[in-house]
Design a binder for this molecule. Structure first.
Ligand SMILES: [Zn+2]
Length: 469
């Protein structure tokens, strides 16, 4: 190929089953004709927490959120927090003006695709490190555009703007484009993952793909284009909220949480993502070192048992010791053990992930294959990667589908949630105009090296993904 072009259509919040139904009912005619009929429709596994922003990282860096040090849309750095009273890097919410620090917060030793390609373009993603000047399309209008959509609950203008920028990018001889269409996610949060307005957002993406493919054909570039339609997470409908921060606060733990972040000497901090996952940090005077094993239960006191018994809570996870992770739920407790040869899973007093005992150490690909069709795809690897990050909590709390973990200061109310490790949040569509790629279960992190190889570039060793093509 003389001039390859790779495009990622990031249909934020798209579910593979909804996509399939729309394809089967003739509601995605362009995706069907231009991509699926001569290419591939499959499901891939995203990452934990399955939340907008952190879950874009696998595509653009090949790394999971924990690997690249962004373990959620909100986080706290315990070591920083204990070392400095006023430091800028003590905690984050990318739902605020702090989103501008996202690129600085990324681990420096993993390049983004924008740093590797010569003529990359970004549309509406917050990961922009390495983009040449003038290649972050729509950057100047993004804030007012998103703010207006947030206030009016109308996201069509944002998807339309994304499409227009994409069409313009094609005129500038790009070699890589990452384009975010936020309408499916926003309407799923506002209404329901299958609400008519959400389905309309899926249809708009199909319209956009039709226009883009026609333009690529007209300009002679279609034969050299890798077009990938995918997503960062699915969503499920939400009918009840447990406010995890207020829950701890009501049980006598002085708790820091967004936007109430100016508290002296908190005993706990709660940082929610998506809103079905949350990091809980326990400030116990250990100079910011993470708590291990029973230290977590002790620090939570009476709240521990009550939390596990709550109907909203699916499971909690924490570091059991070196390379051991504990999972507890109303269904019992299990350990994930990471050895040099791989992962095993020991459901010693119950089986929260429903996987049965996994004794033989599994490498990362085997661990994905063993869990891909379960209720918790890739659970072994995802729990390990999130706790590998020093900015992750002492405890991770995950809500059941139908519930989430944030109520106060959340406007408009969320009627759809993501962030958890459940299949309905982790499985995403992976649709591309190619065939013959590695058919084994795939992760979104695999697309990084796949795009590099497809484009004739060297793949990178230190990522969480493999090469599919
Ligand atoms: Zn998202």
């Amino acid at each position: 190929m003389k001039n390859p072009l790779a495009i990622i259509y990031l249909v934020d919040g798209a579910r593979p089953d909804v996509m399939r139904e729309l394809l089967d009912s003739g509601d995605q005619p362009n995706i069907r004709k231009e991509i699926v009929e001569t290419g591939t429709f499959r499901t891939a596994s995203s990452c934990f927490p399955s939340t907008t922003g952190p879950a874009y990282l696998p595509f653009l860096t090949g790394c999971f959120p924990g690997t690249i040090n962004i373990p959620g849309i909100r986080w706290l750095d315990k070591a920083e927090f204990h070392a400095r009273r006023w430091g800028k890097n003590r905690f984050r919410s990318y739902m605020s003006f702090e989103a501008t620090w996202f690129n600085d917060d990324l681990a420096k030793d993993h390049p983004t695709l924008h740093e590797i390609f010569q003529r990359p373009f970004n549309i509406f993603s917050m990961i922009t490190r390495g983009l040449p000047k003038g290649h972050n399309l729509g950057a100047s209008v993004k804030l007012p555009l998103y703010f207006r959509a947030h206030l009016t609950h109308r996201w069509e203008p944002v998807d339309q703007a994304s499409h227009q920028h994409l069409m313009r990018a094609i005129d500038r001889n790009p070699d890589f484009i990452f384009a975010v269409f936020p309408g499916v996610d926003a309407n799923s949060h506002l209404h329901h993952p299958r609400h008519e307005k959400t389905l309309a957002a899926y249809r708009y993406v199909d319209f956009s793909i039709g226009e883009v493919v026609r333009k690529l054909k007209r300009t002679g570039r279609w034969e050299e284009t890798l077009l990938i339609v995918t997503s960062d997470h699915g969503l499920t409908a939400t009918h009840n909220h447990l406010d995890l921060a207020l829950f701890l606060q009501a049980r006598g733990l002085k708790t820091l949480y967004y936007p109430i972040i100016w508290k002296l000497h908190p005993q706990a901090s709660v940082m929610i993502s998506g809103n079905a996952a949350g990091h809980v940090y326990l400030h116990n005077g250990k100079n910011g070192a993470p708590l291990l094993g029973d230290e977590v239960k002790t620090a939570l006191g009476a709240a521990w048992g009550e939390l596990l018994a709550r109907e909203e809570v699916d499971f909690v996870a924490w570091r059991g010791g070196r390379e051991v992770y504990e999972i507890a739920s109303a269904r019992g407790q299990a350990s994930i053990i990471r050895r040099p040869q791989g992962f095993s899973y020991d459901p010693h007093s119950g089986d929260p992930f429903g996987l049965g005992k996994i004794e033989a150490p599994l490498d990362r690909q085997q661990a994905l294959a063993a869990t891909f069709d379960s209720d918790y795809p890739d659970a072994l690897v995802q729990i390990e990667q999130v706790f590998s990050c020093s900015r992750s909590g002492d405890l991770v709390v995950v809500s059941k589908n139908g519930y989430d973990l944030r109520r106060a200061y959340e406007w408009p109310e969320h009627h759809g949630s993501h962030g958890s490790l459940h299949r309905e949040h982790i499985h995403v569509p992976l649709i591309y105009n190619q065939t013959g790629w590695d058919p084994r279960p795939a992760r979104t992190a695999d697309l990084f090296n796949t795009i590099l190889k497809w484009s004739g570039k060297s793949t990178l060793e230190n990522t969480d993904g493999r090469t599919l093509c």
